[in-house]
Write a protein that binds this ligand. Structure first.
Ligand code: ADP
Length: 181
């Protein structure tokens, strides 16, 4: 390693990418965005389209929710990506990939992913950001479950996400017709 290559990453004009499923976006995601946008010149928040997994929200709906939430941030933009994340990062001039971690299991998953991405493109660095303790229990899957029981989501997701979740989970509940007497 040379000092030259390391200092290039810590320059003033570094663009970063924050990819995820965001199904749906939570305050935990927004906290990572808020902190990362203070470090990097530009932050691209990327809804990664997973062809194996159909989410509760269509990728375009997640994109729209994030666009509404992140509209006030001038150095943040929101994108959809249906290719490899490292290819997307490279083609948009991003040298850093930001990932949030909540726990040790999260870290081992994220660590393996970062090794795989490093193998695919050694020029892109993954940076892990530990969650804010306020949000460490927040995960999209638990939020969907809570929404299906009509639980209070106000500390977990912004109002536009909570409003979008209600009709989805009502439909989901109706399709799981209760079998109790
Ligand atoms: P993925 O399916 O790619 O893990 P997610 O939407 O679940 O997508 O998460 C995107 C990124 O945000 C991941 O790095 C994840 O660890 C991070 N993240 C999710 N929830 C939180 C949270 N509450 N605090 C910090 N980071 C989080």
């Amino acid at each position: 390693m040379t000092l030259g290559s390391a200092s290039a990453i810590v320059g003033p004009m570094v663009k970063a990418i924050f990819p995820g499923s965001f199904d749906p976006p939570t305050y935990g995601h927004l906290n990572i965005v808020e902190r990362a946008r203070g470090i990097f010149e530009e932050l691209l928040v990327v809804v990664a389209v997973n062809k194996q997994k159909s989410g509760l929200f269509a990728p375009e709906e997640r994109l729209e929710l994030l666009q509404t939430l992140l509209e006030p941030y001038k150095n943040v933009s929101v994108h959809l990506c249906d290719t490899l994340i490292v290819n997307f990062a490279r083609s948009h001039g991003c040298r850093v990939l930001v990932r949030g971690v909540r726990s040790v299991p999260d870290f081992s998953y994220e660590f393996e992913l970062s090794i795989m991405n490093k193998g695919l493109d050694p020029s892109i660095e993954t940076i892990f950001m530990p969650t804010d303790p306020k949000y460490f229990v927040l995960r999209s899957s638990a939020i969907k479950e809570l929404a299906s029981f009509d639980g209070d989501l106000s500390a977990m997701v912004p109002p536009n996400v909570a409003a979008a979740l209600r009709p989805k989970t009502t439909l989901w509940n109706a399709s799981q017709a209760p079998s109790c007497q």
